[in-house]
Design a protein around this ligand. Structure first.
Ligand code: 5CU
Length: 360
């Protein structure tokens, strides 16, 4: 053990629920799942732009039980000192479905999540999924998720596309009202990348290292600049990957808005003040200096533990009993933070307070 008061609450941990996997197996466009080369090989998951290009020899990536089996998730949690996981569907959620299909699928998946959590002895909670293509249906689903029937669903995961036009789309105003009124935090997560044309020849490394956090940075900045938090003072978001580049760029964002004729009078406050009040940040950044920069900007009560499991498995494979280096690296980064209270808050306390999760 690393000497924390509790095992961790992992707020950034994904699962493609069995029902979602079935849907992926029945598709032939990205995202889809296809059989491996032989019966002994894992199926392959084609998820990211370009992964199915004709000139690649390795289509997609192997996808095994670690992506969809909750038993595997619990084994991984036990191996890595994680008491509680707040499961979310991974990207690209329901973005690619026609609205009608997304509405039906969201309900079913959210019910699956509730059922899995109920049978988990307090080890699993969930972030639900919304059919964002249909804002009105999303509002209804938010109300349902806030009811006793879905008590284990503690918030929702959102991508950056919204109803197709980004998060500052006026069509989403009703969704933000519903989220705020129902006290439902949003876990904001990238999928599409920003600046992708600059990443050729680097595999997925720069797309994931830079394109993902750039996407979160742009989507969050646009949301703030749209005045959403002046209109919805109770809206709260948890940002993936420690807020992209925002903890570093917050001062520049403030200064550029202040000096812009079009923007300077539009917001009630400087953009960085919304970053302090309305946002929480996961720790999936692998580096103490980056965690310190989040805490310096917003305070250590806004940072919480995450792993990104089952992405970034060990080289030996996801189902070896070895510790995952990507997971230990995140713990190491937290262990570099000064103060026992601070470390305990990051690993357990902050998520427990935001999401109302009790010790097991
Ligand atoms: O490795 C990847 O592609 C990913 C992904 O798609 N989603 C995620 O959350 N992390 C890594």
């Amino acid at each position: 053990g690393r000497g924390y008061d509790h095992g961790a609450i992992d707020v950034h941990t994904h699962c493609y629920l069995p029902r979602y996997m079935e849907m992926l197996r029945n598709r032939t466009d990205v995202p889809y799942v296809c059989p491996g080369k032989s019966d002994a090989d894992d199926e392959r998951y084609v998820i990211l732009p370009g992964e199915d290009a004709e000139d690649t020899t390795a289509i997609g990536r192997p996808i095994g039980e670690e992506y969809f089996d909750v038993g595997q998730k619990i084994r991984y949690m036990d191996r890595h000192g994680i008491d509680v996981s707040v499961l979310s569907l991974a990207n690209p959620w329901l973005d690619f479905l026609p609205a009608e299909d997304a509405v039906a699928m969201a309900k079913l998946l959210n019910d699956d999540l509730q059922e899995i959590s109920e049978g988990s002895n307090g080890r699993i909670y969930g972030f639900g999924v919304l059919p964002t293509q249909d804002p009105e249906a999303s509002c209804k689903e938010i109300e349902r998720l806030a009811s006793e029937d879905c008590s284990k669903v503690k918030g929702v995961i959102l991508g950056t596309s919204g109803a197709g036009n980004g998060l500052d789309d006026p069509a989403l105003e009703q969704v933000y009202s519903a989220l705020a009124e129902n006290d439902m935090p949003v876990f904001l997560h990238p999928h599409y990348g920003v600046g992708n044309s600059h990443f050729d020849g680097t595999g997925h490394s720069l797309f994931l290292a830079l394109g993902f956090p750039f996407e979160t940075t742009v989507a969050t900045s646009r949301l703030i600049l749209s005045g959403a938090f002046d209109r919805h003072p109770k809206l709260r978001l948890l940002l993936a990957h420690s807020g992209g580049t925002l903890p570093f760029l917050a001062g520049r964002l403030d200064s550029c808005v202040e000096h812009d004729h079009e923007m300077c009078d539009k917001l009630e406050r400087a953009p960085s003040s919304y970053l302090k009040e309305h946002f929480w940040y996961d720790s999936v950044i692998y580096h103490t200096p980056a965690l310190k920069s989040v805490c310096d900007l917003v305070g250590s009560d806004k940072l919480m533990y995450g792993t990104d499991n089952p992405f970034f498995p060990p080289k030996e494979g996801a189902r070896s009993d070895k510790e995952w280096p990507s997971t230990s690296k995140n713990y190491d980064a937290i262990d570099g933070m000064v103060g026992e209270d601070v470390r305990n808050d990051i690993v357990w306390g902050n998520a427990s307070r935001l999401l109302g999760i009790e010790p097991i």
